[in-house]
Write a protein that binds this ligand. Structure first.
Ligand code: BGC
Length: 677
């Protein structure tokens, strides 16, 4: 669609919304601000007189939620696995597929994606979020949002903002300085709002610097709506306003929809507050109008557009889920090239560990993101199917060619699950013991981790030659894992989060006492590490992690050569440059590599992290194939946020661009110059 026709469409929707708002009575506007139907926690209030139906919602981001209908949806891999693919196209396809299924289930708002930054590995929702890095987060989330909305289903970015832990999530206050807030925690939201225009945003449970977001006129009205140009609607997280009673402040801040039931927007509170003149009807019209926009964007006011037209073929979704799992699996260690399994030499495999035959798709399991699929292939099933009866699958490691242990976490409370954080960073003791004992029985022991967050490995990592991170790989996960084990698929996933050696190495846990995590006696969580989150911290403080951000091995090898940069000077925030290299697959099998570009600007007057991700591309190459690959670097991604001037700026000075295969491994570099902007 051309820019002019998009603008015309926007104008058209704008005037239709205005007309509809004019027809509503005051009482109807009040009704629209919340859900008044106790039977449903995922619908808005319909206004029958004007043909406004209820907006039906469903949870994501791993698929259409189990609570949406009796129909079972595709269970995709956890979102952290999607990020580990570093593949924008797969993210768009996953968004399209989930949007399609949401629409088929009669839902027009998908409560996803979650784009909160991984600040601590203990966050129970790490598996649902994308990365510790704002650039990777937005690059994966933008196509996801576009994909969902292409299906006529609204995406809902969540949770706005600085919602980085589950402990005390409804009462804690994230205490953050302005630069850090914008540069790390708000940045994905800003970029996604500006690039992908999500139709809604969900506020968070926590406070930021003492204020709930729903009473934060500065953050919602000024920053989100005015500066970033967000014209969608803001809704609450479920019951997030239960501790608030001020209707006027929520309307003034721009809150359109209180879910799943009214607290501030109880009818008697609204009436009384309006009569006292605490808010005007035009303020009310703004929040109602923002909400009504989605009825036109989805087409649900027009019966013809609302018909259950098929938008593509959902029978392909399970194979898409498998592809995402295959591309997102990260090979962390592979001494002696134990993987891929050599079929001629492998007659007997010992299969062990608590996650060997577990199905994770159960109602509520893990929290709101639970998806119950029509079937789920466990690792045991996947390996059985792939070995076609030609390999003995046993449970005694001492008497097998190879032992594979399926270890990790699950979605029980206190592990990878919503509403509580992880109780421990380490693998449960019995699993660590099992790994050590098995490695003694059989030197060829492979550990496959099924988990949604980094796990401590200090007491067993050296004992085993091979470790594969499989995340929660979704309904086709067992097949994806088998394909990687047997070499049908060459792993190419890269870590979207640092795997620390010890918990105290990571930024949120390096402070003294509870101040930085999970919060002091006043429930304040002090983000004292500032902008040094994730690898920014490990690099700046020279702390060696177990596995760095961006890391992931392959069954082949790659050579990086001939770095070129099309421009040596960056003069404005609107600029961009193109970094090109020649890359060769120098190993024996087909393989994909993620070429990563990091910027370092350590000579400027402003304090910067040692390096920051500013670009990447993924490419598939056949053995001995060389290809020239270009990565675009946007000037705005080289910028920092000036907390005193309250804006993004380019710092004057030299910037080194490093090109490599992880945040800690670069092969080529080039220096460019930035001018202040
Ligand atoms: C979660 C949201 C979710 C909502 C509705 C809340 O507890 O934080 O992410 O969308 O419930 O299920």
């Amino acid at each position: 669609m051309s820019v002019t026709s998009t603008k015309n469409k926007d104008l058209d929707i704008h005037s239709k919304v205005e007309q509809l708002v004019r027809k509503l009575t005051l009482e109807e506007k009040f009704l629209l601000l919340s859900n008044h139907n106790e039977q449903s926690a995922f619908s808005s209030t319909p206004i029958g007189r004007l043909g406004i139906p209820s907006l039906e919602m469903t949870d994501g981001p791993l698929g259409v939620s189990w609570h949406s209908s009796n129909r079972r949806g595709t269970r995709f891999p956890a979102t952290i696995c999607l990020s580990a693919t570093w593949d924008r196209n797969l993210s768009q396809l996953m968004g399209e597929a989930i949007g399609r299924e949401a629409r088929e289930a009669g839902k027009r708002l998908l409560l996803a994606p979650g784009v909160n930054i991984h600040r601590t590995p203990l966050n129970g929702r790490t598996f649902e979020y994308m990365s510790e890095d704002p650039y990777l987060t937005k690059e994966i989330a933008i196509p996801y949002v576009r994909g969902v909305q292409k299906q006529g289903v609204g995406a809902c970015l969540k949770h706005f903002a600085a919602n980085n832990q589950e402990t005390n999530r409804r009462t804690s206050s994230s205490e953050i300085d302005e630069r850090t807030l914008h540069e790390i925690y708000l940045r994905p939201f800003k970029e996604i709002v500006q690039e992908a225009e999500p139709w809604s945003i969900m506020g968070s449970y926590n406070k930021i610097n003492g204020k709930y977001v729903y009473e934060n006129t500065h953050l919602l009205r000024r920053v989100l709506m005015k500066e970033w140009g967000f014209d969608g609607f803001v809704l609450t997280d479920w019951d997030a306003t239960e501790y608030m009673h001020d209707a006027a402040i929520c309307i003034k801040s721009g809150l359109s929809l209180e879910m799943p039931r009214p607290h501030c927007y109880r009818l008697e509170l609204l009436r009384a507050s309006f009569e006292k003149g605490e808010f005007t009807e035009s303020m009310l019209d703004d929040v109602v109008g923002r909400f009504l926009r989605i009825f036109f964007l989805t087409g649900i006011l027009t019966p013809k557009e609302n018909s259950d037209d098929k938008r593509g073929d959902s029978t392909q979704h399970p194979s898409l889920a498998r592809r995402i799992a295959e591309e997102g699996l990260v090979l962390l260690k592979n001494d002696r090239m134990l993987l891929p399994l050599r079929l001629q030499k492998t007659r007997r495999i010992a299969l062990l560990g608590p996650n060997l035959d577990v199905k994770f798709g159960r109602p509520q399991y893990g929290g709101s993101s639970a998806v119950v699929p029509p079937y789920e292939i466990t690792p045991l099933q996947g390996i059985r199917e792939r070995s076609e009866g030609n390999i003995d699958l046993v449970n005694d490691a001492s008497n097998a060619d190879i032992a594979v242990i399926f270890a990790g976490l699950n979605h029980d409370k206190g592990k990878d699950s919503e509403s509580e954080d992880r109780e421990s960073f380490d693998l449960p003791q019995d699993q660590a013991e099992l790994i050590k004992k098995t490695a003694q029985d059989n030197a060829d022991t492979i550990v496959i981790l099924i988990s949604g967050s980094p796990i401590g490995m200090e007491d067993w990592l050296r004992e085993v030659p091979t470790v594969l991170e499989a995340w929660y790989p979704g309904m086709e996960g067992g097949r994806a894992i088998a394909n990687v084990l047997f070499g049908d698929v060459n792993p190419s996933g890269k870590l979207p989060i640092t795997f620390p050696r010890r918990l105290r190495d990571s930024p949120a846990h390096s402070g003294k006492g509870n101040r930085t995590y999970p919060g002091d006696e006043n429930l304040k969580v002090h983000y004292e590490e500032g902008i040094n989150v994730g690898y920014r911290f490990f690099d700046t403080m020279s702390i060696e992690p177990n596995f760095p951000f961006g890391f992931g091995m392959s069954y082949t090898s790659f050579e990086y050569q001939k770095l070129r940069v099309d421009k040596k000077r960056i003069k404005s925030m609107k600029d961009h440059l193109v970094v090109s290299i020649d890359i060769t697959n120098s190993g024996p099998v087909n393989g994909s590599e993620v070429i990563q570009v990091y910027a370092s600007q350590n000579q400027s007057e402003v304090q910067r992290p040692l390096r920051e991700l500013v670009g990447f591309e993924k490419i598939m190459l056949r053995p001995r194939q060389t290809s020239s690959l270009s990565v675009t670097v946007q000037a705005k991604d080289l910028a920092y946020y000036d907390g005193e001037k309250h804006r993004w700026r380019l710092a004057a000075g030299e910037v080194e661009l490093h090109v490599g295969s992880s945040s800690r491994c670069d092969f080529l570099s080039e220096t460019i110059v930035c001018y202040e902007d």
